[in-house]
Structures are given as structure tokens and as C-alpha cells.
Design a protein around this ligand. Structure first.
Ligand code: FBP
Length: 278
């Protein structure tokens, strides 16, 4: 059953396999700038990462509009028919902007993503807690309703941050389990199909999030690069308590050979295997 009556069951979406997803995120040139490519300079070439996305473990590649256009022409020019399903990230923001609080402007419409780019899903970053939250809610409303018309899943990057959280005595920061759970719940109530959240540091913290999402799909946000073991342990901790996988960038493209880690992630996310036994 889809969450919306006219929507297909999300489990039938190409971005989902065995109920779970591994989204290869590659919007870092927007969000962080070229500094994220320095540890692995070849990752600055989008075609290198497009190629990594052909690994069986990857159920979607998340790209900003410009790279999504490039992705489609790369597929066509090279006769590639086994690239990852495309998730177009509709909004994004740079590290260069001087803003009074967090805001992620939208620069791609759902219509363009679906009709021109053939998107299988769309993504939107929500900064609840920012003084610009109201504006983002309005933008998300339009995005979500348009996506429903096309019957494609909506993935919310739900990253509560900004003055509302910084100035609160109740919350300790972005990865406070209460904050992460609140962000996840907003995904459910605002109409996302998948919510992507920061790892709150413990399995118990992820459990708190799972307790309030009413069965909506949740994926863990990768974070900065760490060892295979530490990374797999966090992913497994979420899967054990009902998580549905991962949206990951740096832990994949900052590795010289990400295939080994992708093989293990495939076993953990889609087969539920314990990484200690791999
Ligand atoms: P990573 O796995 O590299 O953390 O990527 C996930 C992601 O959500 C990217 O899509 C995005 O570019 C980045 O994290 C944003 O992270 P932040 O806003 O916390 O710097």
C-alpha cells in the first residue's frame, strides 16, 4: 500500500530493494564545495561517481540538476543501461552564502526532474528549526504535491538545525536523539515517503526515531569518512531496529576502491547480515 492512495507501493519503486535503499549521494560540490573531493581527487569527476553507482548495492544516485543532466547524457553517450535509478535533489545550498540562518533554495521543479530528467524519485532538504523553516515548509508542500501527481517517492533530507535549536535549552544540537526523532516525525507528517536522518550516535537514539515514524522508511545519513568497521557497525545498528538503509556520499566516493565496502553494505542492508560475520 502506498501512503497516498494513487501512489504505487514504495516497495515497488526502483529506489527500493527488499524494502530498503542505498542512496549514493553526490551533491557535495554544492553543499560543501570541492574540498570534499580533495581526499580522492578523481571523485571530482562526476562520471567516476556515476560509474561507482553501477554497483548492485546502489538503488539510487542523488544528484543536483546539473549533474543529473550530465548523468543522462553520460548514459546515452556510453550506451549504459545499468546505471543507478536517478533521485533528483531539488534544493541545495552552498557553504559560500552569508545567511542569518539555514536555508536551502530550490532550483529544480518536480516537472523538470520527472519529464526532462526521468527522475525515479525526488529529494528535498528540510531545515526545521531555522528561522526560514516556514518558507521551506511552503516549498516542500508544492514539491510533495507535485511528486504525488507523478507518483514518485519523496525523500526528505530532514536536518533540523538553526537558531531554534541553538537557542533552545531543551535540545543539545543536531544529533540530539530528540532532535533527530523530531525531524523524522516531520517527514511523516509533511508527507515524505523516506526520511533521511543524521545518526544520533547510538542504536537507542535510532530506536527513538523509529518509534515515532509510523513505519515510514528511514535511511541513515553517512557523515564524514570513517573506517569500514565503524561505518558498517552504525549502519547495522539502524537496520537492527527497523532502519531502511543509507544515503551516503563521502564514505563511498572518498575511498580509493569503494567496491569492497559496497559489497558489505549490500549484505547488511538487503540481507540483514551482521558485519562481524562478513
Ligand atoms: P555524506 O554521506 O557524505 O554525509 O552525505 C550525505 C549528505 O546528506 C549529502 O547529501 C549532503 O551533501 C551532505 O550530507 C550534507 O551534510 P551537512 O549539511 O551536514 O554538511
Amino acid at each position: 500500500m502506498g501512503r497516498f492512495p494513487n501512489m504505487e507501493d514504495i516497495n515497488d519503486s526502483p529506489i527500493v530493494r527488499n524494502g530498503n535503499s542505498l542512496i549514493l549521494a553526490y551533491d557535495h560540490g554544492t553543499e560543501h564545495g570541492p574540498v570534499d573531493f580533495e581526499p580522492m581527487p578523481k571523485s571530482a569527476d562526476p562520471t567516476h561517481v556515476f560509474d561507482v553507482g553501477r554497483h548492485d548495492a546502489v538503488t539510487a544516485i542523488a544528484l543536483q540538476k546539473g549533474n543529473a543532466e550530465y548523468y543522462r547524457s553520460w548514459e546515452k553517450a556510453n550506451g549504459i543501461d545499468d546505471g543507478a535509478p536517478l533521485l533528483v535533489k531539488l534544493n541545495g545550498n552552498s557553504n559560500l552564502a552569508a545567511r542569518d540562518d539555514y536555508y536551502s533554495p530550490k532550483q529544480c521543479s518536480v516537472r523538470y526532474a520527472v519529464e526532462e530528467l526521468g527522475a525515479d524519485a525526488i529529494g528535498y532538504t528540510m531545515y526545521a528549526g531555522s528561522t526560514h523553516e516556514d518558507e521551506m515548509w511552503k516549498e516542500f508542500r508544492d514539491v510533495q504535491e507535485a511528486a504525488r501527481k507523478y507518483g514518485i517517492p519523496v525523500v526528505m533530507w530532514s536536518y533540523p538545525r538553526g537558531k531554534g535549536i541553538q537557542n533552545s535549552e531543551e535540545y543539545s544540537g543536531q544529533t540530539d536523539p530528540k532532535v533527530v526523532a523530531y525531524g523524522a516525525r516531520l517527514g511523516l507528517e509533511l508527507g515524505a515517503d523516506v526520511v533521511k536522518c543524521k545518526y544520533p550516535g547510538t542504536q537507542d537514539g535510532w530506536q527513538q526515531l523509529e518509534d515515532v515514524v509510523g513505519g515510514m522508511k528511514t535511511v541513515m545519513s553517512g557523515g564524514s569518512k570513517r573506517s569500514d568497521e565503524a561505518f558498517l557497525d552504525d549502519v547495522y545498528a539502524t537496520i537492527e531496529v527497523g532502519g531502511n538503509g543509507l544515503a551516503v556520499g563521502r564514505n563511498i566516493f572518498q575511498r580509493e576502491n569503494p567496491e569492497g565496502l559496497l559489497d558489505k553494505l549490500e549484505a547488511v542492508i538487503f540481507e540483514g547480515e551482521n558485519p562481524e560475520e562478513l
